[in-house]
Ligand binder design. Structure first.
Ligand code: TXA
Ligand code: MG
Length: 331
């Protein structure tokens, strides 16, 4: 296997931009998760992303921009509210879905008439997109179905040899993918919850904010929400009640990994041989979650138990990822 070129400075970014402009693939860091990028106006290059990930072709990609004005080159009928939201939250973990112009290849949008846009917040990646001079289409840089990479090591483990270059930007600051929204004149829809919460969007827009769920709409609005995602090798269960005695009984003979708040059970009470990763609060949970899943695989556990959280604020995004990584442990 030919290893991917590793890039870690501005000089390397010049090379990475050339690779993208020539139709190649570059993995880049963002504040949310690592992305797997290609020239967002080149359908052939974008198809390579789907091959490298093993991603279903019906799942659209986000176009990563270098400026708010660049949205006007790829989207149409842009509402005023778009500008208010972009000015407030960009660069940052918010993806805004707008009507697309025909320059956007169908490969990016999986044939939809809309396109998701965001400006990511990482200095090397902003420099990269600037130098490319076109939008950069990118999904998360995991192989399809796996936890999204939130560190250089994870990104390399997922994509080395499958892409032309990988940019080392260390650990991702927030650790969960961007909030995906669609904007209407009288309301905002959250298609995928993320770091920018319903509460924050309501404050800025003054509009009602709905969170699209399967139940609410009868169909999945963000195509990616229906695919399995975030799954490590070990089987994942979530529960709000961490009772070491009960867990030892249910999973007798299995090596357990527990991801839980540090005040939920005393170390002395843990099931024998269990691996434990503690989180301090919701932000720390978001920051560590995908890394912790992969770390548990590395530690050789059979089953991962993760602690659930309440569904408000950042808890909505956390529960969305937790539910898709695993299954609820029935009482
Ligand atoms: O933080 C992020 O959003 C990361 C970084 C790399 O920017 N990207 C990311 O991409 O998570 P991906 O492809 O793993 O997830 C994109 C999500 C999917 O759920 C997809 O269905 C949805 O955004 N999406 C993209 N374009 C859409 C559109 N036009 N309409 C509805 N949903 C869309
Ligand atoms: Mg993804």
């Amino acid at each position: 296997m030919k290893h991917s070129l590793i890039i870690s400075d501005s000089e390397g970014i010049i090379r990475a931009a050339e690779i993208i402009r020539n139709g190649g693939l570059v993995v880049f860091p963002t504040e949310t998760v690592y992305g797997l990028g290609a020239d967002g106006l080149n359908g052939g290059a974008v198809r390579k992303i789907f091959e490298a990930k093993g991603r279903p072709a019906d799942n659209p990609l986000i176009e990563h921009l270098s400026s708010i004005e660049q949205a006007e080159t790829v989207a149409k009928n842009i509402p005023d509210l778009f500008y208010r939201l972009a000015e407030k939250f960009w660069p940052g973990p918010l993806t805004i879905v707008l009507e697309k112009q025909s320059v956007i290849p169908d490969e990016v949008t999986a044939g939809l008439s809309t396109v998701g846009l965001r400006i990511p917040d990482h200095p090397l990646t902003r420099e990269l997109i600037n130098r490319v001079g076109r939008p950069v289409a990118a999904p998360s840089a995991n192989r399809s179905g796996r936890p999204s990479p939130t560190s250089f090591e994870m990104a390399k483990q997922e994509m080395d040899g499958r892409v032309d270059a990988i940019i080392d930007g260390g650990v991702c600051r927030s650790g969960l993918e961007s909030t995906v929204i669609s904007v209407h004149s009288d309301e905002l829809h959250i298609l995928r919850p993320g770091f920018i919460t319903a509460e924050m969007l309501k404050d800025v827009s003054g509009l009602p904010v709905t969170i699209a769920t399967k139940e609410q709409t009868g169909k999945v609005r963000s195509p990616g929400m229906k695919h399995p995602h975030y799954q490590p090798n070990a089987k994942v269960y979530y529960t709000d009640e961490i009772d070491p005695f009960r867990l030892s009984n249910i999973f007798a003979g299995k090596k357990l990994g527990l991801i839980l708040f540090n005040d939920s059970a005393k170390p002395v009470e843990m099931p024998a041989g269990a691996e434990v990763i503690n989180v301090l609060d919701w932000e720390d949970y978001a920051f560590k979650f995908y890394r912790a899943l992969v770390e548990m695989d590395d530690r050789g556990v059979d089953v991962i138990i993760v602690q659930s959280v309440a569904r408000h604020g950042l808890g909505t995004a956390l529960m969305n990822r937790i539910e898709r990584a695993g299954e609820r442990l029935e009482r």
